[in-house]
Design a protein around this ligand. Structure first.
Ligand code: HEM
Length: 285
């Protein structure tokens, strides 16, 4: 075992089992599903790349719209409107390059959608297949987390977590790296982010997704009444996807900051290396 000194303190490296096998498998299935769902969702969105609030599409007042138009030079221009503001987004949103090199009118570009070329039918097939796989994987994760007490022990916010929120914010701002047992616990901000994704974003994605199906009017009519209509459900579904994406970007940045190889290994093989303070009386090497 190697030991290191930082200031007056002595540390040693310890390798511990951080994430158990079922959690690791479900985490990576989740990522594969999320990628397929985001790509195929954007393909479906491209069939009508605009969002509205309420029961109907008021074409003249969308909340968000990606359009293509012809500029004075005769070339296609992509314009994205958010409320009353509009932005030139040629090349990415509204108008982008297709795989055959032509500039074409489409909401999101080919590289962001599954499949790349326009196909609503294939996009829906991908989306519904991975949606059910994702729901089954999520249900297994919840059942396992409850049965193994992972949820109550590792993820649930305890009184001391709430009290530690301000300290955790300060530590994040100071780029503090925890050591010892503290490095093996999720910090309060991390817990809140995970709980938000699991208990707020995921149920909202399922609810808004199901409520876009006309066949579920009878069962989910109450929910459509709350949000004000199917167009609102579609807008919330899209926003939830954007928040999932934001979570993923921050999540991956935190993994990179915390030590990408060690963190990734802990989610692949379970093994995690942690700096542990040496107790007095232990010999150095
Ligand atoms: C390339 C993408 C991703 C990478 C590299 C990654 C990596 C990791 C790593 C290393 C951990 C363990 C963190 C720790 O022990 O402190 C973790 C946990 C977690 N990740 Fe990801 N992740 C990715 C994508 C996602 C996505 C898309 C979601 C969900 C939208 C997600 C949700 C979670 C959750 C909820 C946990 C905590 C699991 C638990 O303990 O129950 N991850 N991830």
């Amino acid at each position: 075992m190697s030991s290191i000194a930082i200031g007056a303190r002595q540390y040693e490296w310890r390798t511990v089992l951080r994430h158990r096998a079922p959690l690791r498998v479900m985490h990576w299935i989740n990522l594969a599903c999320m990628l397929a769902l985001a790509g195929s969702g954007l393909q479906i969105f491209n069939a009508h790349p605009a969002l509205y609030w309420g029961t109907a599409s008021h074409f003249e007042r969308p909340l968000l719209a990606m359009d293509g138009m012809r500029g004075a030079d005769g070339k296609g221009r992509g314009v994205t409107r958010v409320g009353d503001a509009s932005f030139e987004t040629t090349g990415v949103l509204g108008v982008s390059k297709a795989s055959d090199g032509r500039m074409v009118q489409r909401g999101f570009p080919e590289w962001a959608t599954i499949p790349g070329p326009r196909s609503l039918a294939l996009g829906r097939r991908w989306h519904f297949f991975f949606a059910w796989l994702w729901v089954i994987n999520g249900a297994c994760y919840l059942a396992w987390s409850l049965a193994s007490r992972h949820l109550s022990r590792d993820l649930a916010m305890q009184g001391r977590d709430w009290r530690a929120v301000p300290r955790s914010i300060a530590e994040h701002l100071r780029f503090h790296h925890p050591v010892g047992a503290e490095a093996l616990r999720y910090n309060p901000l991390q817990k809140l982010a995970y709980l938000g994704v699991i208990f707020v974003l995921a149920p909202l994605a399922v609810l808004t997704g199901l409520s876009m199906s006309p066949q579920l009017d009878g069962v989910l009519g109450w929910w459509l009444a709350i949000v004000g209509g199917r167009q609102s459900a579609r807008t919330i579904h899209f926003t939830v996807m954007a928040l999932f994406l934001l979570f993923t970007v921050v999540h991956v940045l935190m993994v990179v900051y915390a030590g990408p190889l060690n963190e990734l290994r802990s989610m692949l093989s379970g093994r995690f290396r942690v700096r542990w303070p040496r107790t007095e009386g232990e010999d150095g090497e």
